[in-house]
Design a protein around this ligand. Structure first.
Ligand SMILES: *Cc1c(COP(=O)(O)O)cnc(C)c1O
Length: 536
């Protein structure tokens, strides 16, 4: 185990805090200066990693990687090991994240990340986050009883995937209450059933009359409220939590070894590996950036966006803007500045929250000095603060060509339309072997095909990340495959998801106009009731 990183500490991307522990950043989620937490150093893979890690199982690999980021003084190795085992025990695939070859002639492989409890890749992170929350609370609560116990109130807004993964990661956890707001009637029926059929007393589903943005605004306002933050320890589960990024690093390394073990044409010395990631909030692909910086030989990370393409536009132009000015035409209608609803809703974003983390590393590299780490960190923090304040005030900012060049060294980008998603689902359905992809996965596959045409076999291998099971996104899959004689949707639905819609549900409606103060009342009430009903 690497001992040189025993003192791994964390800092905020906006320069407001340094020297934080892993526990502090996991429980806080967001820094007090509004920034995101990142490790002060990105560790290197140990010199003998290719031989020593080669045949490790997923959980063993996770332990090796996390040990580079979490000091054993904070979480003893045996505890970390048991946390990891419990987190991935609920996955249905023995490999946790299996690699499937889609096309031998094109060297195209799919990394399936959807074998967790809610059938989407967010389980990989949220199963771990739930166990970490519980672990820290149990430790803080040793010997404490009743009202003296630390209690965590997790609040989040969801358009579908995050909410269900968070609920399954936190259900039944001691000293944690979880509130998930979803826009009533605007999440897919399977997602709604997944969330509301969880009957554990610590899980509270709130169906809000309004849009996802309304839900998110209420949650944000609550987090900013000084009253509630005095009485409750609020925690966030959205994709800015550092533990989520860390959890996602494992499958990149695991996939690399799967490729080495099972694909004879892949050679560590002669092949080039490109990894394609369907992206929204930039969390998944950021984990890829970390492992690449640690030394995993990935030639390029390809960011695949849907029509909400702020990331793609940045990599094209160096401008990071909510909406390019030239598209604000009459054709787009007066609401052209909002999020576009696409067939891949989990990637429908206006800005990508985790992008701020990459910006910090780019600024550190480009504007920092080689000799003075502290000055470089300050400079990076100042730069990030300036960019983000321009984003807030003017809806966007541009970066120097040197920053864009640095970003292009590790990443490329592709934008994929709804029409292309449908074509790609159809294409792979008719391929041999036949594969039914969900619409998010199809965004990545479309980008992969383009990337392959520029970087063909035999030298290049592509791993495309599969982020959800197709049964979760019936609407897009049906659109793509309706009329196919042999296609029967029901046959594709896994047993775990069958009959879910008929199960008993628990959900509380939140009427329009209740506002965040109304939400505060609901949260206070329900946490109180929960506290009284627990028997210790
Ligand atoms: C969340 C999600 C994504 C996007 O991941 P980011 O980390 O936000 O970039 C892609 N596909 C699915 C199915 C998701 O749930």
């Amino acid at each position: 185990m690497a001992s040189h990183t025993a003192s791994q500490r964390y800092l905020s991307t906006r320069g407001g805090s340094y020297g934080l522990s892993f526990e502090e950043v996991v429980l806080k989620g967001l820094a007090s200066d509004g920034g995101l937490f990142i490790p002060e150093e990105i560790p290197c893979l140990p010199p003998d990693w290719t031989s020593r890690w080669r045949n490790l199982e997923f959980t063993e690999l996770a332990l090796e990687i996390f040990s580079l980021y979490v000091s054993p003084v904070e979480i003893p190795l045996t505890d970390l090991k048991s946390l990891i085992r419990r987190s991935y025990g609920a996955f249905r695939a023995p490999d946790v994240t299996p690699l499937v070859t889609l096309s031998e002639t094109e060297n195209l492989h799919l990394l399936e990340l959807f074998h967790g409890p809610t059938f989407a890749f967010k389980d990989v992170a949220l199963q771990l986050l739930g166990n970490l929350f519980e672990y820290f609370l149990v430790r803080r609560n040793e010997g404490r009883v009743g009202k003296k116990r630390h209690h965590l109130t997790v609040i989040g807004a969801t358009s579908g995937d995050t909410g269900s993964a968070a609920i399954y990661g936190l259900r039944g956890k001691k000293d944690v209450s979880v509130f998930i707001l979803h826009p009533k009637g605007r999440v897919s029926s399977i997602q709604e059933a997944q969330m509301t059929s969880v009957l554990d007393t610590n899980v509270h589903n709130l169906a809000v009359e309004g849009t996802f943005d309304d839900c998110q605004d209420m949650v944000k306002a609550l987090f900013n409220d000084p009253i509630v933050s005095k009485t409750h320890n609020l925690a966030a589960v959205n994709s800015i939590n550092w533990a989520r990024i860390l959890a996602q690093t494992t499958y990149y390394v695991h996939a690399y070894f799967s490729l080495l073990r099972s694909v004879p044409t892949f050679s560590p010395d002669n092949s080039k590996l490109r990894v394609v990631v369907p992206s929204g909030n930039f969390g998944d692909v950021l984990a890829g950036y970390f492992v690449k910086r640690m030394g995993l030989p990935i030639e390029k990370l390809v960011i695949a966006t849907n029509e909400n393409d702020i990331l793609h536009r940045f990599w094209q132009s160096g401008y990071y803007e909510k909406k390019p000015v030239h598209s604000r035409t009459m054709e787009d209608g007066p609401l052209a500045e909002g999020v576009k609803e696409t067939l891949s809703p989990a990637m429908d974003i206006l800005v990508s929250s985790n992008f701020e983390r990459l910006l910090w590393f780019l600024a550190y590299e480009v504007y920092g000095s080689n000799s003075d780490v502290h000055a470089s960190r300050n400079t990076a923090g100042e730069k990030v603060r300036a960019w983000l304040s321009d984003l807030k005030a003017h809806g966007g900012f541009s970066v120097d060509p040197t920053i864009l060049d640095a970003a292009r060294r590790d990443f490329e980008s592709e934008r994929v339309s709804d029409a292309e998603i449908l074509t790609t689902i159809k294409h792979f359905y008719h391929s041999t072997p036949s594969y039914i992809a969900d619409p998010h996965t199809a965004v990545g596959m479309t980008a992969s095909l383009r990337s392959i045409s520029r970087n063909p076999p035999p030298i290049s291998h592509h791993i495309s990340l599969a982020t959800a099971h197709p049964a979760k996104f019936a609407n897009a899959v049906m659109l793509a495959l309706e009329g196919e004689e042999k296609f029967v949707f029901e046959e594709m639905v896994p047993v775990e998801l069958r009959g879910l819609e008929e199960k008993e549900r628990r959900v509380r409606d939140v009427r329009e106009g209740v506002g965040w103060e109304g939400l505060r009342k609901i949260v206070e009430e329900m946490v109180e009731v929960e506290g009284n009903s627990s028997v210790d």
